[in-house]
Design a protein. Structure first.
Lengths: 108, 117
């Protein structure tokens, strides 16, 4: 079973920031937090990952709490094309278990 | 997109027949994975490989076997397909050359939709 907990669904207005939370209270010291998304029936798309420091790339920002038990993925200016299922995963090579994710709906 | 090709993209087969799905990568990545995705279950790991001829089981490996004779190809075989194996199958790859790349993310193919009648 997945080791992370995410809300089932969230809505966001187009142009606003989307903040997707994730709890990973059992994460071990050498495990990273990964975020992926899946649009319709395509293969999951990698977004960002981190260990303990906050991370930012061209797609999103990842904020990890100091105790590493939770994180937030931030899409700074959500567009309609960001509507997807977002997965938060903790783990390492060979041990990435996906949960059911958060269905993000970006609305005009 | 990462250079991952899954074939076939769609397949319909009958119960009891053998089926082989192929994943081909052009990235020379060490790790390769097979996942299946079903409504209500999300993505579940079937098998993975950490090198040529090196494979291990995932959480739903029963009824599946894999082989990796070359870095670029990872085959998933259903020896005798059953209706419960109707699913969308995704291949993924990740790079691992050294400690710095140990936690490199997965990159997924576009999937194979398999229907077992």
């Amino acid at each position: 079973d997945a080791k992370t907990t995410q809300p089932t669904s969230m809505d966001c207005a187009e142009g606003r920031a989307a903040n997707l939370p994730c709890n990973h209270s059992t994460i071990s010291g050498n495990e990273y937090v990964y975020w992926y998304r899946q649009i319709h029936s395509q293969g999951p798309q990698y977004i960002i990952h981190g260990l303990k420091n906050n991370e930012t790339n061209e797609m999103a920002s990842l904020i990890i709490t100091e105790d590493r038990k939770s994180s937030t993925l931030i899409l700074p200016h959500a567009t309609l094309r960001d509507t997807a299922v977002y997965y938060c995963i903790e783990g390492s090579q060979g041990n990435l278990i996906f949960g059911k994710g958060t269905k993000l709906s970006v609305k005009p | 997109d990462a250079g991952i090709t899954q074939s076939p993209r769609h397949k319909v087969t009958e119960t009891g027949t053998p089926v082989t799905l192929r994943c081909h990568q052009t990235e020379n990545h060490r790790y390769m994975y097979w996942y299946r995705q079903d409504p209500g279950h999300g993505l579940r790991l079937i098998h993975y490989s950490y090198g040529v001829k090196d494979t291990d089981k995932g959480e739903v490996s029963d009824g599946y076997s894999v082989s990796r004779s070359k870095t670029e190809d990872f085959l998933l075989t259903l020896e005798s397909a059953t209706s419960s194996q109707t699913s969308v199958y995704f291949c993924a790859i990740s790079e691992y050359r050294d400690r710095a790349t140990y936690n490199s993310p997965l990159h997924f193919g576009n999937g194979t939709r398999l229907t077992v009648t």
